[in-house]
Write a protein that binds this ligand. Structure first.
Ligand SMILES: Cc1cc2nc3c(=O)[nH]c(=O)nc-3n(C[C@H](O)[C@H](O)[C@H](O)COP(=O)(O)OP(=O)(O)OC[C@H]3O[C@@H](n4cnc5c(N)ncnc54)[C@H](O)[C@@H]3O)c2cc1C
Length: 464
């Protein structure tokens, strides 16, 4: 090939299009604006090019040519985490969108699903359910398996069954030199260790295999109260969740809804406190575990036997393009002081643009390293805070960021300083997401498999 790595970026991107054809979209192409649009439409990502390959071979060709042309490659499935990606300069970056690499095959006997590198969780949920099986999906149906599971993955079974990344049994990926590899605990084991929790710094994942679990249904649902009852609900939940057994996983959210006509009446224009989650147990056990919350007389209570397939929509996460800004923090405990600070930041009577101030209950299996796990096999925190504002205009985004920062700052005295990168919506202390030894090992793997740092992840693991 005659092109050198010193070619200016725009001519390198043009050359990439010449080499790869119509799967590459350049600034100025009529298609560019549509393909560069991430799920989080508040994020204005403008890379040197967007590639939308339809096969692993096409992914390999794009990566190989980018490496030679001096372009970097940012794998992206949906762009739920695009806000973290755009903290980096994208002038020499090709965003490689995996949305065409979809599909799910379930091997019910082995309890394994093979999924394409751009597959959404809802597709896996629907394919597994007819076999009485469930995967470790999260709260959103249209988050992609790849970004979620490579970054950790906390779902409704997490306190019992751990992070989703521990359920990955194999990945197929394209490395920085365009090679297509399979990685398991036996084959390319060091790379397999790194991608499980290390994220998108090591290659483009074109397919994954995931363990499925024999879960047909759960005792699951939500309870909601008007925000005026927040004090008693938050205090009770904080005390109860600290010692609750690991078959239950819940989240508590303070939610503020605009008076939008498309919202159901129980949400429209309301300020609420909501607890939702799932119990892996029979109805009697489930009712026993949520009895204390129920005694607080929620105005709505849907906890009941629920098909596993319905759990992907339990949290009412927005589907389709959504403009948002957010931030997160990890806590070892929710002390009385932390609850006071939470209520002072988002409780009744407070003016805030945050639509969601969420506390997720961790611990249980999430707090223990998984045998044979990867770079991140547990979360070193008992609670995770996630704070989100809708950002339909630049002004809303700005105000949202102010309120996200105000809330995380108010809770900072109780934060343990760790990061959980799936919920880090902007620049984050990436090293703080890992044990020290794991961070050094991740950096060594990066140097070994991608010495020229061709790949750009939302949260970068740099080489040594
Ligand atoms: C509404 C909402 C609900 C959420 N709920 C949960 C939840 O319940 N639990 C939880 O743990 N997280 C949750 N998250 C966080 C979510 O897991 C992260 O945003 C995750 O990164 C999204 O993955 P994605 O592939 O859809 O996003 P993308 O933005 O496409 O990808 C994020 C990063 O993952 C890497 N990546 C993605 N695809 C590939 C690939 N094929 N090959 C290599 N690298 C790749 C890249 O580094 C990329 O920058 C939620 C986020 C939102 C916005």
């Amino acid at each position: 090939m005659s092109v050198t790595t010193s070619a200016p970026t725009d001519s390198a991107a043009h050359r990439l299009k010449e080499l790869c054809g119509d799967i590459v979209h350049l600034p100025g192409d009529p298609s560019y604006d549509a393909v560069r649009m991430p799920w989080n439409v508040a994020v204005d990502q403008r890379p040197a090019a967007v590639a939308v390959p339809a096969s692993a071979d096409q992914v390999a060709a794009v990566v190989r040519h980018c490496a030679v042309l001096g372009l970097r490659v940012a794998p992206q499935s949906t762009g739920h985490a695009a806000a973290a990606l755009v903290q980096h300069d994208l002038d020499d970056v090709v965003v490689l969108r995996t949305g065409e690499l979809r599909g799910v095959t379930v091997d019910a006997e082995r309890r394994v699903a093979r999924v394409g590198g751009g597959t959404l969780w809802q597709e896996v949920v629907e394919a597994a359910a007819p076999h009485g099986l469930a995967a470790l999906h999260g709260s959103s149906p249209d988050v992609a398996v790849a970004g979620y599971a490579l970054g950790g993955g906390i779902g409704w079974y997490a306190r019992k069954l751990g992070l989703a990344t521990n359920s990955i049994t194999a990945v197929e990926l394209v490395t920085a030199d365009g090679e297509q590899l399979r990685a398991t605990t036996e084959e390319n084991a060091e790379l397999f260790w790194a991608v499980r929790g290390g994220g998108g710094s090591f290659g483009v994942v074109t397919a994954l295999e995931l363990r499925l679990f024999p879960i047909a249904d759960a005792y699951a649902g939500m309870m909601l109260w008007d925000l005026q009852h927040a004090e008693k609900v938050v205090r009770h939940w904080a005390a109860w969740s600290a010692t609750a057994p690991e078959e239950v996983t819940t989240a508590l959210r303070v939610m503020r809804f605009p008076p939008m006509p498309e919202l159901p009446e129980f949400l429209r224009g309301r300020q609420l406190v909501v607890v939702d989650g799932a119990v892996l147990g029979d109805d009697e056990r489930g009712a026993e575990l949520v009895a204390g919350l129920r005694a607080l007389e929620p105005e709505m209570d849907t906890f009941a036997r629920t098909p596993a397939a319905a759990l992907s929509r339990l949290h009412m996460d927005p589907e389709g393009p959504t403009p948002s800004v957010g931030g997160s923090a990890c806590f070892d405990a929710l002390t009385d002081g932390a609850v006071d600070a939470f209520l002072a930041a988002v409780g009744p009577g407070v003016q805030t643009s945050l639509m969601i101030a969420e506390l997720r209950q961790l611990g249980g299996a999430l707090g223990r390293p998984a045998p044979d796990g990867g770079a991140l096999s547990m979360v070193p925190a008992a609670y995770l805070g996630f704070f989100v504002a809708i950002a339909a205009t630049p002004e809303m985004a700005q105000q949202g960021m102010v309120d996200v920062a105000r809330t995380t700052t108010a809770l900072e005295p109780w934060s343990n300083g760790k990061s959980f990168l799936n919920f880090a919506e902007g620049p984050a202390d990436v090293a703080a997401a890992y044990e020290e030894g794991a961070w050094a090992r991740l950096r060594a793997v990066r140097s070994a498999v991608d010495p020229r740092e061709v790949f750009l992840a939302n949260h970068v693991v740099p080489g040594e």
